[in-house]
Every structure is written in structure tokens, then in C-alpha cells.
Design a binder for this molecule. Structure first.
Ligand code: SF4
Length: 333
């Protein structure tokens, strides 16, 4: 991806708790989101995907604490903004306006006693108090149409809409102020597979039309292969591989990425045998030494249990990174 960066994360560390009771939830996370890109974030539960989304948006609640690293937003034509240094007031203006987030099960967070019209126009009024009521209604109609819902449904209450429609209302809300970045944390997990793909296809076409960037978080790597430009795979709080979706699909370099690809049926392309990944993800309080994946890895060898492999490009491949001793010279025993 060659577009300019819109979000850069460098060396991000997050702990839950402090002092001797702290557990490390994220370790040295480096990630770049480019303008107009869909960046997928994959990994099993507990890999750190949602913690990363909460940390970047400064929505991490105690005992979660950012202990290191930096996160910068790069607005078009302006100096980078240090997101970790923003005041509460600056953050409120930043969220929705520059970056919006659709959480897991967000469709259930619509207020049941307010119409879609009132919920969409509330967002507009809060951030653009000078706008007139007629303008806000026109924008709400436009937003519903954008996500493929008839504007007649503006007067509906959430319970009068299907799950897929409610999730699309949440996406409309996320796009209301034309943010540069939309973070989607398992946005379609509660929906059936057909509805999931309909919504994601809509999102990708809106991205092409409006030019925003997306961080799309899910445990289902087959969805990411279909809808992302690049994919970062997380395990044990670290990024273990990052590459273009097509490269991850054709030639995953990290044994964990390979295991994920063999855990979900692909709707398109050649069939793969579903072998899954043996064992369970590590608990944050008992992270294995060395490569955290080594107790489950069929390719583990001598250095894996004692040395953490750094995330770096395999020789001669500048566009991908992998953290695995199979792809670099292991330390001497
Ligand atoms: Fe497997 Fe070792 Fe690579 Fe970790 S570093 S994924 S244990 S081969």
C-alpha cells in the first residue's frame, strides 16, 4: 500500500493492572493505516485485537493502562496529532469527527425508545450545533440511503428493524461526520453469513466512494481475505505477521497465520482442509516464554521456547513482516 499514512502506531504497550500484578496485554505493537485502505486485524479471542482498538481510541477503561509507545493521527495537509496527548475535550471532538468506532454488538446499543431519525440527528446536533433541523434531517436521510436503507425507515424504532438493518444504522452513524478513519470491532459477528457479506460489501463500496480508511477487527480471517487490502495477525498481544491479504492467503509465513487459514472455510478460491489449531490461546497471566505460540506450533525448534522473535521483513520482501525464527537466523544456543 503506497497511500499516505493516516494512523501510525509505534511500540504500543498496554498492561492490565500495575506493579507486580500487571499483565501485558499488548507488546511493542507497530502498525500503519494508509488513506483509503482496509486493514484487517485477525486473531483468536484474547490476542489483543480489541485492546488495541480501545487503546488507540483512548477508550481503554481501568485497569487497562497504556505503558509505552505512541499513536499519531495524520490529518490531510496538517501536522500529525499525538492521540495519547489529547485532553478529554480534544478527544471528544476527535472521536466521530476524525475517527469513529463500531463495536461488537453495536446494533444492540441503539436506544430502544428513540427513532432512527432522533438518534442520527442527535449525533449531528452534538457535533454541529449550528446546523438547522432541516439540514440534519436531510443528512440523516442521505446517510440511511448511503447504507442501503430506505429513508422511510427514519421514523422506525430499533425493534422495528432487522439485525442487519440496525447494524447498518450504526455504520451510518459512524459515517455521519465523514471521519477519516472507521474502526470496526467484530461488526458483523452477530449476523448470519449472508448479511455479514452484504454489509461488508456495502462498507467497501462506501470506502471507495468516500475515501475513508478502515481498521476491521475479526477472528474470522476468511472475511478479511475477502474484504481487506492488508492483514495484521495478532497472537499473545503482539503482531506476528503483516502482509497484503492476497499474500497471507497464498503464502502465510507464520505457522499461526497458516493455522487460522485452516480454521475457517473460504467462500471463494480453492478449498482448504480445515485442520484448526491445536491447544488454546495463552492466558495473559501465563504467557509462554520465547515465542508465545511455541506450545501449539508444529514447527517449533530450539530457540522458540526461550527467545522472542522480532517482527521484521523476511530477506528480500520489503512489503511484509513476520515474527518467526523460521524466517531469520536464530540466536546461537
Ligand atoms: Fe513456531 Fe518457532 Fe516460528 Fe514461533 S518462532 S511460530 S514456535 S517456528
Amino acid at each position: 500500500m503506497t497511500g499516505r499514512p493516516v494512523l501510525t502506531i509505534r511500540g504500543l504497550d498496554v498492561d492490565y493492572g500495575t506493579g507486580t500484578h500487571a499483565v501485558h496485554a499488548l507488546r511493542s505493537v507497530d502498525l500503519t493505516l494508509h488513506r483509503g485502505e482496509v486493514l484487517g486485524l485477525a486473531g483468536e479471542s484474547g490476542s489483543g485485537k480489541s485492546t488495541l482498538a480501545y487503546a488507540v481510541t483512548r477508550l481503554l477503561s481501568p485497569p487497562g493502562v497504556i505503558t509505552g509507545g505512541d499513536v499519531h493521527y495524520h490529518p490531510p495537509g496538517q501536522d500529525p496529532v499525538d492521540l495519547l496527548a489529547l485532553s478529554a475535550r480534544e478527544l471528544r471532538a476527535f472521536r466521530w469527527q476524525e475517527l469513529s468506532i463500531v463495536f461488537q454488538g453495536a446494533m444492540n446499543s441503539l436506544n430502544p425508545v428513540h427513532t432512527v431519525h432522533s438518534q442520527l440527528t442527535d449525533v449531528l446536533q452534538a457535533h454541529r450545533p449550528q446546523s438547522r433541523a432541516a439540514e440534519r434531517t436531510a443528512r440523516a436521510e442521505e446517510l440511511l440511503t448511503l447504507v442501503g436503507i430506505s429513508k422511510d425507515r427514519l421514523s422506525a424504532y430499533p425493534h422495528q428493524l432487522s439485525g442487519g438493518m440496525r447494524q447498518r444504522v450504526m455504520i451510518a452513524m459512524a459515517l455521519a461526520l465523514e471521519p477519516e478513519i472507521v474502526i470496526m470491532d467484530e461488526p458483523t459477528t452477530a449476523l448470519d453469513v449472508v448479511m455479514q457479506r452484504q454489509i461488508l460489501r456495502k462498507l467497501v463500496s462506501l470506502r471507495e466512494e468516500l475515501g475513508f480508511s478502515v481498521v476491521f477487527i475479526t477472528h474470522d480471517i476468511s472475511l478479511l481475505i475477502e474484504f481487506s487490502d492488508r492483514i495484521a495477525i495478532m497472537y499473545g498481544g503482539r503482531i506476528v505477521e503483516e502482509a497484503a491479504s492476497a499474500d497471507i492467503y497464498r503464502d502465510p509465513r507464520h505457522p499461526y497465520s497458516d493455522g487460522l487459514l485452516h480454521s475457517f472455510p473460504a467462500l471463494h478460491g480453492p478449498r482448504r482442509e480445515l485442520t484448526g489449531i491445536p491447544g488454546s490461546p495463552p492466558h495473559l497471566t501465563a504467557m509462554p516464554a520465547g515465542c508465545a505460540f511455541h506450545p501449539r506450533c508444529g514447527k517449533a525448534f530450539a530457540p522458540c521456547a526461550s527467545h522472542v522473535p522480532v517482527l521484521a521483513g523476511p530477506p528480500g520482501e520489503p512489503d511484509r513482516t513476520v515474527a518467526c525464527w523460521l524466517h531469520r537466523t536464530p540466536p546461537a544456543a
